[in-house]
Design a protein around this ligand. Structure first.
Ligand code: UD1
Length: 420
């Protein structure tokens, strides 16, 4: 198994190009199931989750080619509707095949994803919405068995909670349904917006894109001719590198980004005393003479993203004063805390809030990655720590960060990938 060895305490410098967004690429790849023609997607990040999803599509009978960040997917030969446990357990986002498979074939069997390190993560809202669209849903032997032999029909869906993949599943299901579907309380994340735009460009009439009220006109079962498109930049990867600049108090620039997508993050960095400069497609962070503590509450977009909570917690360990982080989305998303404590942080947890007493001197240690974003928090802490940190189980990082060690090395970090 690979691990990362990081020698901390080095300043970073330079620019880093941000890859395509994993969380946008995944629904875009599953939406190829709605297309009668091969779909070409550019700027696809070369990360483990993308490869897992391509493998799942291949298992269903699709043809795919993924090279140099370009994916070509042809789902015309799909002859299975079963997303099996072996793949779904590797990646929860496999649930994104549920809506497209059901709406195209009238039935499917998708393994229930189960819990994960950051909490229970149910899919009840996806299922309830599909039932409202006429699906019969049964849970048997760990699988969602869904059927709608005459196709799904438009419905008025009101999500009790904002759900990103839930909104995406229903948008894709609605694209081939009979009649009009409305979704209230839809997720507004840029990744959801890109899915809507891709479908819209391919002839699906969608109103309210980017708002909480979306209306989708279904094609009545007719497959689409999905146009080529390019995945939007990864706002979480960009935010992670900005935090790398912040925690080492260095000047770095992230390029190929959409600064608008990082508004909540940028405003938090500014409130912590950093100067942040933006161009149309880049963001530069400059050192701060004094890192100020922060109060952070994770929220749905455009609020502060839960996917950046762990990285900001690492940064808060270097602030001059006590910070408070309130995790509102996932009940158990504090797995990184015990590892940060091993590096010298002083953090107290009560229910869904973390109090970070700072500044603390971090020192290198052997630490364990527990989930994707928790792992990147450990990388950040290691960059600021005195001495050498070894981060084990980095397959979590490989799920969502393309060439992390290469990009950080180019910025001047001392980082090596080694095998146990
Ligand atoms: C997506 C992102 C993930 C991010 C999360 C929140 C992808 C592939 N993953 O995950 O990186 O951290 O959004 O921004 O895009 N919920 C229910 N019932 C449901 C669905 C969700 O109770 O049926 C709850 C969840 O437990 C959670 C909240 O709703 O508390 C939001 O979850 P959701 O937006 O669905 O997260 P994901 O789509 O799984």
């Amino acid at each position: 198994m690979d691990f990362l060895e990081i020698e901390g305490g080095k300043k970073l410098k330079g620019a880093v190009q941000i890859s395509g967004a994993k969380n946008a690429a995944l629904p875009l790849l599953t939406c190829t199931l709605l297309s009668k023609t091969p779909v070409h997607i550019g700027n696809v990040p070369n990360v483990a989750d993308v490869k897992t999803l391509l493998q799942l599509l291949e298992n269903l009978g699709a043809k795919q080619n993924f090279d140099n960040n370009q994916a070509l997917v042809d789902t015309s030969g799909v002859n299975s509707t079963c997303a099996n446990y072996d793949i779904v357990r590797k990646m929860r986002a496999s649930i994104l095949t549920l809506g497209p498979l059901l709406t195209r074939f009238g039935h499917c069997e998708v393994s229930l994803p189960g819990g994960c390190a950051i909490g229970q993560r149910p899919i009840d809202l996806h299922l309830k919405a599909l039932e409202m669209m006429g699906a019969d849903i049964d849970i048997r032997q760990g699988y969602v068995i869904a059927s709608a032999p005459k196709g799904l029909k438009g419905a008025n869906i009101v999500f009790d909670k904002i759900t990103v993949t839930g909104s995406e599943n229903i948008i894709m299901a609605a694209a081939l349904a009979h009649g009009t579907t409305t979704i209230s309380n839809a997720a507004k994340e840029p990744e959801v917006v890109q899915l809507c735009e891709a479908l819209n460009k391919s002839g699906v009439e969608i109103k309210g894109i980017g708002s909480a009220e979306i209306e989708i006109q279904g094609s009545g079962g007719k497959l689409l001719d999905i146009a080529d498109f390019s995945v939007i930049p990864d706002r979480i990867e960009a935010g992670t590198y900005l935090c790398a600049g912040a925690i080492t108090n260095s000047e770095i620039t992230v390029t190929n980004v959409i600064p608008e997508h990082l508004k909540a993050l940028i405003s938090k960095l500014i409130s912590m005393g950093f100067e942040v400069l933006k161009t149309e497609n880049s963001i530069t962070i400059k050192p701060s003479s004094k890192i100020l503590p922060a109060d952070i509450e994770t929220l749905e977009y455009p609020g502060f993203p839960t996917d950046m909570q762990a990285q900001f917690m690492a940064l808060c360990t270097q602030a001059d004063g006590t910070s408070l982080i309130d995790e509102r989305l996932f009940e158990n998303r504090f797995m990184h805390v015990s590892e940060l404590l091993r590096m010298g942080a002083n953090i107290k947890l009560t229910s869904h809030t973390a109090t970070i007493y700072a500044p603390t001197k971090l020192t290198g240690a052997d630490v364990m990655a527990t989930d994707l974003r928790a792992s990147s928090a450990l990388v950040l802490a290691a960059l600021a720590a005195e001495g050498t940190t070894r981060i084990h189980r980095i397959y979590h990082l490989d799920r969502g960060y393309e060439n992390l060690e290469g990009k950080l090395s180019n910025l001047g970090a001392k980082i090596k990938r080694l095998s146990e």
